[in-house]
Design a protein around this ligand. Sequence first.
Ligand SMILES: [Zn+2]
Length: 66
Amino acid sequence: MTDTRATVICPACGLEERFSKLADARLRIEHHREETGHDPDWKLGRFAPGVEKMGEEAGVCGIPER
Ligand SMILES: [Zn+2]
Protein backbone atom coordinates (compact mmCIF):
# COMPACT_ATOMS: atom_id res chain seq x y z
CA MET A 1 0.00 0.00 0.00
CA THR A 2 1.54 3.28 -1.04
CA ASP A 3 -1.01 5.97 -0.51
CA THR A 4 1.29 7.91 1.74
CA ARG A 5 1.32 11.47 0.57
CA ALA A 6 3.26 12.96 3.40
CA THR A 7 5.42 11.79 6.25
CA VAL A 8 5.76 14.02 9.25
CA ILE A 9 9.09 13.73 10.95
CA CYS A 10 10.35 15.39 14.07
CA PRO A 11 14.10 15.00 14.56
CA ALA A 12 13.83 16.34 18.10
CA CYS A 13 11.74 13.47 19.47
CA GLY A 14 11.79 10.85 16.73
CA LEU A 15 8.20 11.32 15.71
CA GLU A 16 7.34 9.77 12.38
CA GLU A 17 3.78 9.62 11.13
CA ARG A 18 2.40 9.01 7.69
CA PHE A 19 -0.60 10.75 6.26
CA SER A 20 -2.57 10.23 3.09
CA LYS A 21 -3.75 13.83 3.14
CA LEU A 22 -1.44 16.81 3.08
CA ALA A 23 -3.88 18.81 5.15
CA ASP A 24 -3.72 16.25 7.95
CA ALA A 25 0.03 16.26 7.91
CA ARG A 26 0.06 20.03 8.06
CA LEU A 27 -2.23 20.06 11.04
CA ARG A 28 -0.10 17.47 12.77
CA ILE A 29 2.95 19.65 12.33
CA GLU A 30 1.21 22.70 13.67
CA HIS A 31 -0.16 20.85 16.67
CA HIS A 32 3.15 19.22 17.42
CA ARG A 33 4.80 22.62 17.29
CA GLU A 34 2.32 24.07 19.71
CA GLU A 35 2.44 21.10 22.03
CA THR A 36 6.17 20.54 22.20
CA GLY A 37 7.86 23.56 20.69
CA HIS A 38 9.68 21.21 18.32
CA ASP A 39 10.22 21.97 14.69
CA PRO A 40 8.94 18.98 12.76
CA ASP A 41 9.57 18.57 9.07
CA TRP A 42 7.68 16.60 6.47
CA LYS A 43 8.43 14.65 3.38
CA LEU A 44 6.05 14.79 0.48
CA GLY A 45 5.64 11.52 -1.31
CA ARG A 46 8.99 9.77 -1.40
CA PHE A 47 11.17 12.83 -1.46
CA ALA A 48 10.93 16.30 -0.06
CA PRO A 49 12.43 19.68 -0.82
CA GLY A 50 13.73 19.87 2.73
CA VAL A 51 15.45 16.51 2.73
CA GLU A 52 18.66 17.57 1.10
CA LYS A 53 19.08 20.48 3.46
CA MET A 54 18.35 18.30 6.45
CA GLY A 55 20.79 15.68 5.23
CA GLU A 56 23.45 18.31 4.89
CA GLU A 57 22.98 19.44 8.46
CA ALA A 58 22.99 15.88 9.73
CA GLY A 59 26.03 14.95 7.70
CA VAL A 60 24.12 12.41 5.67
CA CYS A 61 24.54 12.00 1.95
CA GLY A 62 21.70 13.27 -0.18
CA ILE A 63 19.56 11.28 -2.51
CA PRO A 64 21.63 9.44 -5.10
CA GLU A 65 20.82 10.77 -8.53
CA ARG A 66 22.36 7.96 -10.55
ZN1 LIG B 1 8.85 16.40 18.43
